[in-house]
Design a protein around this ligand. Structure first.
Ligand code: GP9
Ligand code: MN
Length: 427
């Protein structure tokens, strides 16, 4: 109900974070590329197999002097996997505890998503993906989110060896996206969702150019190989961007959507990390994914702030010079001094620079179990847990109660889904 919206507004007001004056508007008016790195975990950055970098090009980008890179950035997805990541990245709303919010509510709900906000500020917005349009209900959710264009599998040439797993191989996907990209009026917001680095990490022979790992776990060992392929695909796209002059007038954002190697593979994970065994704490740390923002002229570097996918949009808005105040966003700007570094996992567990809580166990920052906490420690952990539980449940109320229909940000025009069609009209 609309009174639920009042609780949400009160919560957001209390937890609001200011901008960072050093970064605010530094990428204002630039094109925006959001590149979704499928199943890509942070541990791959600078990772080597037999002395060979698995992702040399992403590593270079990560360490570029104009790239803001975050090394304590966590995925926060649940069963909705990719769709949960997309929901957080573009709405700063959490996915749901079960199922996929995009599938269940993407068609009917009111949203105030990044594409809609940006298109009302003069951007052309487009999503690119080499799978069928209906996967995760994208064809409907993207209308609710205000995407002007959605280029999906039917927009790409089909050939027998072009596909692997869920769809188009990444190199072909990036290459064949260019002809649509070139037609977008600038400034544009373009999201490209990669696919090849997806479980079960199979790759055709001709594209295999790094050895698999040798943990003996067959679902794990191909991971570095498809990650390496994704890295090359990204490098080819970057070369195009530079040639086309887009590199210097764009903000390029990269993120990993969720883990590639699930916690069911403990022994293999330990081997990959060069450890005898992994603890529950190690597995929580293993949920880090990359988040990088490159823009010409900004001060880059590796930033150690703790955050997660929920915080991506407010951070991007800061750089684009868009005030977050007034939008219903559950994350906060990672560059703000007011940013809360307690990172919620979707099941209510959390990590932070001080305490990590998994199930009923609390760990300190060294990963040691805290068996006998002092009253003060208990109080702090309880407050953190409260924060996490509150933000998750209020975000759920927004989605499950379709609360954004009761609230329109100042200057924002409600999205009208019937304005959009992604049907391919073959001529
Ligand atoms: C499918 C793709 C995969 O289109 O985005 O989603 P996931 O299985 O990672 O949730
Ligand atoms: Mn995914």
């Amino acid at each position: 109900s609309s009174s639920d919206m009042k609780s949400v507004l009160a919560y957001l007001k209390k937890n609001q974070a200011g901008d960072n004056v050093k970064y605010f508007g530094k990428a204002k008016g630039k094109n925006v590329f959001v590149i979704h790195l499928e199943s890509f975990q942070q541990f791959l950055i600078d990772y080597k197999v037999d002395g060979k970098e698995v992702t040399p090009n992403l590593n270079k980008f990560y360490h570029n002097k104009n790239t803001l890179s975050f090394d304590n950035f966590y995925h926060q997805v649940a069963q909705g996997k990719t769709s949960d990541a997309e929901m957080m990245m573009e709405n700063s709303l959490f996915g749901l505890p079960t199922g996929s919010a995009m599938t269940q509510y993407g068609t009917s709900n009111t949203f105030q998503a990044a594409p809609a906000i940006l298109s009302q500020k003069g951007y052309t917005t487009a999503a690119f993906h080499g799978d069928v349009a209906s996967f995760w209900n994208r064809d409907n959710a993207y209308k609710s989110w205000g995407y002007n264009y959605f280029f999906y599998s039917a927009y790409y040439k089909e050939k027998s060896d072009y596909n692997i797993g869920y769809g188009l191989k990444d190199k072909i996907f990036f290459k064949d996206s260019v002809k649509y990209l070139e037609q977008l009026p600038q400034p544009f917001y373009a999201k490209l969702i990669t696919l090849t680095n997806h479980y079960p990490y199979t790759l055709d022979k001709q594209n295999q150019s790094i050895d698999k790992t040798t943990t003996g776990d067959s679902t794990v060992d191909g991971y570095v190989q498809t990650a390496h392929y994704l890295d090359q695909a990204f490098a080819e796209f970057l070369t195009y961007l530079k040639k086309a002059g887009l590199y210097k007038n764009s903000m390029i954002v990269l993120y990993g959507d969720h883990y590639g190697i699930s916690n069911n593979h403990r022994a293999a994970i330990a081997q990959l990390l060069g450890k005898k065994s992994v603890t529950t704490y190690d597995l929580a740390q293993f949920q880090k994914v990359p988040f990088m923002i490159h823009a010409p002229g900004i001060k880059g570097g590796v930033n150690h702030t703790y955050g997660g996918e929920i915080d991506a949009l407010p951070t991007m808005f800061d750089l684009l010079g868009i005030k977050n105040k007034g939008y219903i966003q559950f994350g906060t700007d990672l560059l703000s001094k007011d940013h809360n570094q307690t990172v919620a996992f979707r099941n209510g567990d959390f990590v932070s620079p001080t305490y990590t809580k998994i199930g009923s166990t609390v760990y300190n920052s060294k990963g040691e179990k805290l068996e006998n906490m002092t009253a003060a420690q208990k109080k702090t952990v309880k407050q953190m847990q409260n924060h996490v539980t509150t933000e998750l449940s209020l975000s759920d109320r927004v989605i499950q109660g379709d609360l954004l229909r009761f609230y329109t940000p100042k200057g924002f025009k409600k999205v009208n889904k019937s304005d959009y069609s992604y049907k391919l009209t073959k001529t």
